[in-house]
Write a protein that binds this ligand. Structure first.
Ligand SMILES: *Cc1c(COP(=O)(O)O)cnc(C)c1O
Ligand SMILES: [Zn+2]
Length: 413
């Protein structure tokens, strides 16, 4: 039913059948889903897509599933907000926020990848799903896995934000908090994945899972009137999302839906975890692992699986990368809130603050069309504001107390 031709090694090009596998047996390169674009070109059209439900499944021909969607039925098609107030502050003409803080059932873009991963896990016949997570993936697999009727093993670093732990636990998965950072959690999960026949969404299901990220790119193009923007700024953890947004624009061109795909791709990271941006700045495709230390915990992957490919996508597209301090991240969250009324998590602060730098440095032009990907909701990371937020104004319940406040604020004389 679907249009997938198989899996292909990104390094040596060897092809494999569609199975829950993720590395090449010969060279250990990562496997990628390949499609029959000739066939897709014949069946897909703008009109057809536009007439479908406003979910990520409206692009199903370009997603790696065979039958109907079986998870995340209401995910995707998040707003593309024209950010006129923020544009004014940053001194550019046309700026958009791709707002993945809303619409999704668990309020982050991870609902896109999980929708595809769990559907594929069903197609493969798994009864148990699992993941290694920096927080949002845990939340999404816990929730969507509950609805889809999977047993769930969720592995997180024990130091995750309280709200991300609670928002996973409420769905009653087996939540395993590991005494270690994400990279250690992930290494443990790779070992477990070898021994248990579970669908690890970001390990043995990774080639399929990662394809879900393309839907941000598809939506951006559609919401701009079927045009790819000049620039996209993307937060990076493993680097997968960045590579897939780039792939999305190229695919739309390949199947004849958009005319050109010359988007420059920009990587955004925290200074406390910047292996991809460091490689971009040093102009080397060798990604040096780091030990993460940042408030942007959802991006805290020190040894990024797709770092090399993210580097290549940025370079080939003519983009660049920047990194920002924890203070700049929190300032970015506040700036977005105060100008556009959007409460983003720390990753959104990273992307907004990075965009500001890229504009100041001239990497992003003032007259170009730029999209900032804001990938998760701020209620999940309120710890970032500890000691960095103003207090409410406390008063007694009488009008005199209130008017005294107005005077103090110099609103009343
Ligand atoms: C996971 C995540 C990302 C980036 O994911 P990649 O691993 O680079 O694909 C970005 N933002 C948020 C909020 C995330 O949870
Ligand atoms: Zn290979």
């Amino acid at each position: 039913m679907g249009y997938v031709e198989g899996l292909k090694c990104r390094e040596c090009g060897r092809q494999y059948n569609v199975e829950p596998i993720y590395v090449c047996e010969f060279c250990f390169g990562p496997l990628e889903v390949i499609y029959n674009y000739e066939k897709i070109k014949k069946v897909i059209s703008k009109k057809k897509i536009e007439n479908r439900d406003e979910t990520l499944w409206r692009y199903k021909e370009l997603l790696p599933i065979d039958g109907p969607p079986q998870a995340g039925l209401y995910s995707g098609f998040t707003p593309l907000v024209k950010a006129e107030n923020l544009a004014k502050v940053l001194g550019v003409k046309e700026l958009y926020i791709k707002d993945d803080t809303v619409v999704h059932p668990t309020f982050s873009f991870k609902d896109r990848v999980v929708a595809v991963a769990l559907t594929k896990a069903k197609e493969f016949g798994f009864d148990t799903v699992a993941c290694a997570s920096t927080g949002n993936l845990a939340h999404s697999v816990s929730a969507q896995g509950a609805k889809a009727g999977f047993k769930r093993f969720i592995f997180i670093p024990a130091t995750l934000e309280a709200s991300k732990i609670v928002s996973s636990l409420v769905f009653e998965p087996h939540l395993i908090a590991v005494d270690g950072n994400y990279d250690e959690v992930n290494r443990l999960c790779s070992e477990i994945a070898n021994q248990y026949r579970w669908a690890f969404v970001n390990i043995n299901i990774r080639p399929f899972y990662a394809e879900g990220s393309k839907t941000i790119g598809f939506e951006i193009a559609e919401q701009l009137g079927w045009k790819a923007p000049d620039n996209v700024v993307v937060p990076c953890a493993s680097g997968s999302l960045l590579t897939k947004i780039w792939k999305a624009f190229k695919e739309l061109k390949e199947v004849g839906i958009i005319k050109s795909a010359n988007t420059k791709i920009f990587a955004a990271q925290a200074k406390g975890c910047n292996p991809i941006v460091t490689a971009i700045k040093n102009d080397t495709d060798v990604i040096r692992p780091v030990k993460p230390d940042t408030v942007a915990k959802s991006l805290a992957i020190g040894n990024p699986a797709d770092g090399y490919y993210a580097y290549k996508a940025v370079k080939e597209s003519g983009g660049y990368g920047e990194d920002v301090t924890d203070d700049e991240i929190v300032e970015g969250m506040k700036l977005l809130a105060r100008t556009e009324g959007i409460f983003a998590e720390t990753a959104g602060g990273v992307t907004v603050a990075t965009t500001k730098k890229l504009i100041e440095q001239g990497y992003i032009g003032k007259n170009e069309v730029t999209v900032i990907c804001v990938t998760g909701n701020g209620l999940k990371t309120k710890e970032a504001f500890d000691g960095r937020m103003s207090e409410p104004i406390y008063i007694k319940p009488n009008i005199e107390a209130f008017e005294k406040t107005l005077k103090r604020l110099k609103i009343l004389k």
